[in-house]
Design a protein around this ligand. Structure first.
Ligand code: MN
Length: 361
C-alpha cells in the first residue's frame, strides 16, 4: 500500500493538525476556503487538474476519481492524471471513473486549480510535480501524517483511515450525491488502505462509511475479487522466489527482530512481470512473529531501491522513514535507498538501533 518515498522537498517531518486534542484535524475555515476555490474555478475556463501519487494504489486512484466523478456530476469539468509510467495496476484497470484519466503530457500545465490526493510530498507527484508551482492554487487532500502541507489549502487528516474518508467529507460539503460509481471508487480506497478493514485506523466511522457505500448497490465481493484475488500464475512463482529468501535478523530493532527480503529487476524480467505483483509481500512478512519490523527492498534502478517497512510493535516506521528521506504512517512507510542492497539494509538496521551511530561522523 505504501511504496517508495523519495526525499520530501523542503517539507517538515510532521503535519501540524489545525486544532488541539479533540478538535478536527481539518478546520471549518480550511473546508470553506477549499470549497470556495472549487466554486470559483468550476466554470471550466482555466481548468481544474486532479492528480495522485506515482504508481497509484487504490486509495490514491479511488480518491482522485471519486472527486472527479463528483465534480462532473456538478457540471465541473476536470482532468485527472498521474505521473509516468501512465499505467494502472491490473487490479485497478476496471475501476469506475477511469474515463476521466488523461496522460500527464496532455494535462493543462498551468491550471487555475491543482488538487492532489494521497500524496504525502511533492516529489511523489513525479512528472506532475511542477504543477504545484505553476498552478494558481493547490489543494492537498491527504491523510499521511508526514505531509507538511504543500498546498495553498490543505485538507489533511492524519487520523483518517484513507484519503477516501477525507474525500467523502469533501463531496458531501460540495453537495455531490454519492452514486454507485463514486461509491466504488471510495470503497476501493477504504478497503485497500485499511487492509480490508483490519488496520488500526479502522473505526466505527470507517464501517459506517462502508455501509453507506454498500447501500448504493456496489458489490463488495466483485470489487474485492478484482482488487485481491485476480493474479497470473507466474506471479505465484515470483512470490515463491521472493519469499524463499526472507531473512531474519533477530538482533535488529533492539532485539525485536527484522524480517526482510528483496526483489530485483532480474526477478521481474525472469517471470515477465511488473512490480505491482510484489506490492503485498511486505504485508506477508509483517505476519512473522519472530520480528517486529518487516522490510522489502524493491529494485527500481541499478543502485536504487524502493524500500517498504512495516511495524508490528512500538517502533514508528513513519518517523524512521522521514529520517531516511521518505515518509508514511506509524506502522507502514517507505523511502528510496541508494547504493548496494546490503548497504541500504544496513542503513535501516542502524536507524533501528536504540542508540544509532550517526552515519556522517
Ligand atoms: Mn492512502
Amino acid at each position: 500500500m505504501h511504496g517508495s518515498r523519495s526525499p520530501a522537498e523542503g517539507s517538515a517531518p510532521t503535519a501540524a493538525p489545525a486544532g488541539g486534542p479533540g478538535e478536527p484535524a481539518i478546520s471549518e475555515q480550511a473546508w470553506s476556503d477549499a470549497l470556495s476555490l472549487f466554486r470559483k474555478y468550476g466554470d471550466g475556463e482555466g481548468g481544474i487538474v486532479l492528480a495522485c501519487h506515482i504508481n497509484p494504489d487504490g486509495d490514491a486512484l479511488g480518491s482522485m476519481l471519486a472527486t472527479g466523478l463528483g465534480l462532473r456530476q456538478l457540471g465541473i469539468p476536470v482532468q485527472a492524471s498521474f505521473s509516468n509510467p501512465f499505467r494502472l495496476a491490473q487490479s485497478l484497470t476496471a475501476i469506475a471513473g477511469r474515463e476521466l484519466l488523461v496522460p500527464p503530457e496532455e494535462v493543462n500545465a498551468r491550471p487555475d486549480l491543482f488538487v492532489t490526493f494521497d500524496t504525502g510530498s511533492v516529489d511523489r507527484l513525479g512528472d506532475l510535480a511542477p504543477l504545484v508551482a505553476s498552478a494558481g492554487e493547490v489543494i492537498v487532500v491527504d491523510h499521511h501524517v508526514t505531509n507538511a502541507g504543500f498546498g495553498t489549502r490543505n485538507l489533511i487528516d492524519p487520523k483518517a483511515a484513507a484519503t477516501a474518508v477525507v474525500v467523502d467529507d469533501l463531496l458531501r460539503r460540495l453537495g455531490v450525491t454519492v452514486d454507485a460509481e463514486i461509491a466504488e471508487c471510495l470503497y476501493v480506497g477504504l478497503s485497500t488502505d485499511t487492509a480490508s478493514f483490519r488496520g488500526a485506523a479502522t473505526t466505527p466511522s470507517t464501517h459506517e462509511l462502508a455501509a453507506r457505500l454498500l447501500a448504493t448497490g456496489i458489490k463488495p465481493d466483485e470489487i474485492s475479487r478484482r482488487l485481491y484475488d485476480a493474479r497470473p500464475m507466474r506471479s505465484l512463482h515470483l512470490l515463491a522466489d521472493v519469499l524463499a529468501r526472507v531473512t531474519l535478523d533477530p538482533a535488529a530493532a533492539g532485539g525485536g527482530g527484522l524480517s526482510w527480503t528483496y526483489v530485483t529487476q532480474d526477478d521481474l524480467a525472469r517471470h515477465g512481470l511488473g512490480m505491482e505483483w510484489v506490492e503485498g509481500v511486505v504485508d506477508m512478512l509483517r505476519g512473522a512473529e519472530e520480528s517486529t519490523i518487516a522490510l522489502v527492498a524493491k529494485q527500481i534502478g541499478p543502485d536504487q531501491w524502493s524500500v517498504s517497512l512495516r511495524s508490528r510493535g512500538p517502533i514508528d516506521v513513519g518517523a524512521l522513514c522521514v529520517r531516511l528521506g521518505g515518509g508514511g504512517h506509524r506502522i507502514s512507510a517507505g523511502f528510496t535507498g541508494h547504493g548496494p542492497l546490503e548497504g541500504v539494509v544496513a542503513q535501516v538496521v542502524a536507524a533501528l538501533a536504540p542508540d544509532p551511530v550517526p552515519v556522517t561522523r
